[in-house]
Write a protein that binds this ligand. Structure first.
Ligand SMILES: Nc1ncnc2c1ncn2[C@@H]1O[C@H](COP(=O)(O)OP(=O)(O)OP(=O)(O)O)[C@@H](O)[C@H]1O
Length: 281
């Protein structure tokens, strides 16, 4: 486990009270078999996510962030190491780990916003229609989409589609919300609004969030902790405690510069080692 250079374990002012390790990623490597070779996506990665964390995986394109999230969601099996949620090995997808993707078209197009949430609650959550409809209405209200509960996805803006996807994920009351660059496809203004809303929701609902991004600014805005991965294949470079929202701008800028320098150094290292050790025959 990497140490946090700016104060390991110290809770941020205004941050949720962090609890015990909810998720443990222990020396995980992920490989894909493609014709004639193996592609190593991440190598020997370890970290813990605590209850109440907004834990950010930060790294350049191709460093294996999405692959790690997919493995935690249970879609991809590690080639080495172990992933445990509440001490139990993760073997398959489950409603305790709901994912929101970057893709703006992750809703079922033939169902309304409410229909999408109710379907998920009935299928994955095992709820009867009545309770599913009540819980869906509550979540849709929470994400600010009450007036659009009966709208079909193609009539919604990108931000509204992501709100609906968030409502669907949160309605299942997952132990952990997995977010794979969920705001990357939105315009800058909507992205900033959604980031603020996610922070508000995570505090109101005491969410545990694992958030993937390649934006240092977004990582600093969202993260209570930030794990920096090297370029392909991803390895842990360092873990940082985030900055409190009310921290002096100079403190934020200093941390931003340290993280940016690390990300740039990783990129540089990777481009000097092209073709090395990521691929094995
Ligand atoms: N299904 C797959 N089959 C083969 N290789 C894959 C597959 N998925 C990902 N990879 C490879 O694994 C590596 C990591 O990819 P991944 O998408 O996890 O990175 P990422 O950090 O999320 O990238 P980005 O920020 O661009 O989304 C890349 O080299 C990619 O080509």
């Amino acid at each position: 486990m990497a140490t946090a250079p700016n104060g390991p374990g110290a809770p941020l002012p205004g941050a949720p009270l962090l609890g015990a390790a909810l998720l443990s990623v222990d020396r995980v490597s992920l490989q894909y078999r493609v014709p004639g070779r193996l592609v190593t996506a991440v190598h020997d990665v370890s970290f813990d996510v605590l209850t109440g964390d907004r834990f950010v995986l930060l790294g350049p394109s191709g460093c294996g962030k999405s692959s790690l999230l997919k493995a935690i969601a249970g879609f991809v099996r590690p080639s080495a190491g172990a992933i445990r949620l509440k001490g139990e090995a993760v073997r398959e997808p489950g409603p305790d780990r709901m994912m929101v993707f970057q893709d703006l078209d992750q809703l079922l197009p033939w169902q309304t916003v409410a229909g999408n949430v109710v379907s998920a609650l009935r299928r994955a959550g095992g709820l009867a229609r009545g309770p599913a409809e009540a819980r869906a209405a509550e979540m849709i209200e929470r994400v600010g989409l009450a007036k659009f509960a009966d709208a079909y996805p193609h009539t919604l803006s990108g931000g509204m589609k992501q709100r609906a996807a968030l409502a669907r994920a949160l309605a299942l009351r997952p132990a952990m919300l997995l977010m794979d660059e969920p705001f990357a496809a939105l315009d800058a203004l909507t992205r900033a609004t959604m980031q603020r809303e996610l922070l508000g929701l995570s505090l109101d609902m005491a969410l545990t969030v694992l958030f993937v991004t390649h934006s240092v600014e977004e990582a600093l805005l969202i993260g209570t902790r930030i794990l920096v991965l090297s370029a392909h294949p991803g390895r842990v470079r360092a873990e940082f405690a985030g900055v409190a929202p009310d921290a002096p701008p100079a403190a934020k800028e200093r941390l931003k510069q340290r993280i940016e320098a690390l990300v740039m150094a990783s990129d540089h290292l990777a481009s000097n080692h092209m073709g090395e050790p990521s691929h094995a025959g």
